[in-house]
Design a protein around this ligand. Structure first.
Ligand SMILES: [Zn+2]
Length: 299
């Protein structure tokens, strides 16, 4: 009889123990609760820590659902510059080509202007977290991107960026790796190791609007795999060759692990702003002042 009488008590005790245990196990650890979201302060200019842009203090934003396209489109755009060649003009360079060729001295002055004006470079990860999760950015954020694997990205750009504590994004087309006047695999790895981001710019610069199913393997899948092997890091960001994109390309990129893609200066897609992020070409004709004016007008 006694056992019958006690059974509910024992059951109750078991339930209580289970409840307490699960509460203790599920309770987030104190550090998670206590630590407020930290502003990202990767880049420092001449030893001073950047202030963060005033963004409403957020709870742990990663736990919230990502922002809708409408919200993303409504956020203040971060200026993003796109560089190609960094070298002195030659007599045979066409008028058009000079738009894409920033002379070394001018490049130094442009970057110095950005640093002197209080800009702080951000990574694509920071941009992603800002656009999707409203994570704070450093004051006066800017992103510097370099397309086409040119050797001068390593020999000219990287040392100048280093001088100001800046970090860049290098969109590599893998066909060029190791060719004369292009970066080697070791140089791409060195940029990655130094904290720059390596993104994909296809295998040989084919326009994504013209891909057949095989091209998605050749131009996108294989290059990602190769860049991942070189850097030891996932390849999450893509720059469209010629800045050209269409809506059909976006799901194909998503399927292949990309988190965002960068075009040039046309308007963003209303449904997929993360895959049509805008950049402007830093023209070889622009003085630092003109560059600044264009940035302010375009973003
Ligand atoms: Zn390109």
């Amino acid at each position: 009889m006694l056992t019958y009488f006690r059974r509910p008590v024992v059951l109750f005790a078991l339930v209580l123990v289970a409840a307490v245990t699960s509460f203790l196990l599920l309770k987030p650890d104190a550090a998670t609760i206590a630590a407020p979201p930290k502003p990202v302060t990767v880049n420092t200019h001449q030893g001073t820590l950047p202030k963060t842009r005033a963004v409403a203090p957020a709870p742990d934003t990663a736990a919230l659902p990502p922002a809708t396209p409408k919200t993303i489109l409504a956020r203040q755009q971060v200026p993003i510059l796109c560089y190609h060649q960094l070298r002195n003009w030659r007599p045979r360079d066409s008028k058009m080509a000079k738009t894409y060729i920033v002379e070394e001295e001018n490049f130094r002055n442009q970057i110095k202007m950005l640093a002197d004006s209080g800009y702080h470079t951000i990574s694509p990860d920071q941009l992603y977290d800002y656009l999707l999760h409203n994570k704070p950015l450093p004051e006066k954020p800017i992103m510097l991107t370099f397309d086409d694997t040119n050797l001068d990205h390593y020999t000219v750009a990287a040392p100048v960026l280093e001088q100001y504590g800046f970090r860049g994004v290098f969109f590599v087309m893998t066909v060029s790796l190791g060719r004369p006047n292009y970066m080697s695999k070791a140089q791409v790895k060195a940029l990655s190791d130094a904290g720059h981001t390596i993104g994909s710019h296809t295998w040989d610069h084919h326009n994504v609007k013209k891909y057949n199913p095989e091209d998605w393997v050749t131009q996108i899948e294989k290059p990602s795999k190769q860049l991942q092997e070189i850097t030891g890091k996932p390849v999450l960001y893509f720059a469209y060759p010629f800045g050209l994109w269409n809506q059909q390309a976006i799901p194909e990129l998503k399927k292949r692990n990309f988190r965002a893609a960068f075009q040039l200066a046309t308007s963003r897609d209303s449904l997929d702003p993360m895959f049509t992020i805008r950049r402007i070409i830093a023209s070889g004709y622009w003085s630092p002042k003109q560059l600044h004016r264009s940035m302010v007008n375009s973003f």
